[in-house]
Design a protein around this ligand. Sequence first.
Ligand SMILES: *[C@@H]1O[C@H](CO)[C@@H](O)[C@H](O)[C@H]1NC(C)=O
Length: 295
Amino acid sequence: MAVLGFSKMSVSFGLVVGLALVGLVMSARFEELYQPSWAMDHFAYEGDVLRLKLDNYSGAGFSSKSKYMFGKVTIQIKLVEGDSAGTVTAFYMSSDGPNHNEFDFEFLGNTTGEPYLVQTNLYVNGVGNREQRLGLWFDPTKDFHSYSVLWNHRQVVFLVNETPIRVHTNLEHRGIPYPKDQPMGVYSSIWNADDWATQGGRVKTDWSHAPFVASYRNFDIDACECPGTAAAADNARRCSGGERRYWWDEPMVSELSLHQSHQLMWVRAKHMIYDYCTDTTRFPVTPAECVHHRH
Ligand SMILES: *[C@@H]1O[C@H](CO)[C@@H](O)[C@H](O)[C@H]1NC(C)=O
């Protein structure tokens, strides 16, 4: 009995170690930069791809191990195929605390064959309400595409396959606060948001189509790391160009290139569905940064 028990145990132990090793080796970059933050049992590693599942028990999410100030964060995502109505997959950076800053990509699912929407938002000192929505010029569920946030002292740029879809410019010289003092973590998650996500909340999640799976690969963070133990002033000095000059602070990336501004104009003209800046019902007085942003 004891021998049987032992061999059974070692077989399953070997299997578990083997699977864990495959996961570890293939997703080395993920493991290096990120950790699951909830629902580890809704994670699956397959080769260099990480899959997060949403079912009627749980969604799932991960977060970066470190916090960062300035730089560029990129991830490749293949969004939920088929029926994704009611689901939201988010990729965002956020600082902690009541006056936090946040840069959000939220991918709003849809019924089979209907287009995903990308909602971006930006919180500065705890205040958000800066939503923009756009359609994409490709089907984001058919393949992996890269989504990035570039953050430097002059601008926050949201990019899709390196095409800028949104720019938030530093207008501090006009008295408008700009996010520059708080280290930010990087996060992603998938969850049920059928109270608002799809067609204004009219279409609910069809759980008979669960699990809803978002796939990730090519995790990249090229940013100034802020050790958790460092004092805020030390982080600010290290990451704000005091000690060395980072590529994201070069003049080349302090504003969009001519080509990039043309790309942004094209995105806004062809794919923009909603812009808080022009929502006069919601904002009878145009938000200050919209008056100065001219795109
Ligand atoms: C879903 O599809 C409908 C119909 O094409 C469209 O109006 C809507 O913007 C799409 N996206 C979301 C998230 O509702």
